[in-house]
Design a protein. Structure first.
Length: 116
């Protein structure tokens, strides 16, 4: 976005934040959103946990299912980024390379600085 776009967006936000629109001005639109295949997943939780989820969801203006789905997807993304979980092969090769070079590095550090 350039400065003009930013200014126009701010102007539009201010207009809609301060203007009452009659319901007759609203119209239904259809939106085509490509959907990835999804699967249902049943989950049993204690009643007090479900009630807490309801309260959390309500406080965020979401449905319980939306909140739980969002939390699970966020956690999966975080787990993917943790070292050792994304691509075990990469981490194993890196560790092996470090272990191979470590004795040489320790020897160089232990012998002190070299003068060329």
């Amino acid at each position: 976005m350039n400065q003009h776009d930013d200014e126009k967006a701010e102007e539009d936000r201010n207009y809609y934040d301060t203007t009452e629109l009659p319901l007759s001005a609203l119209r239904r639109v259809s939106v085509n959103r490509p959907r990835r295949p999804q699967e249902a997943f049943a989950l049993r939780l204690p009643p007090d946990a479900v009630e807490e989820l309801r309260q959390q969801a309500e406080g965020r203006g979401l449905g319980v299912t939306q909140l739980v789905r969002e939390w699970i997807l966020e956690r999966l993304e975080r787990e993917r980024r943790r070292p050792g979980t994304a691509d075990v092969g990469v981490w194993d090769r890196t560790r092996a390379a470090v272990e191979e070079l470590l004795p040489e590095i320790v020897a160089r550090v232990s012998s002190g600085p070299t003068v060329d």
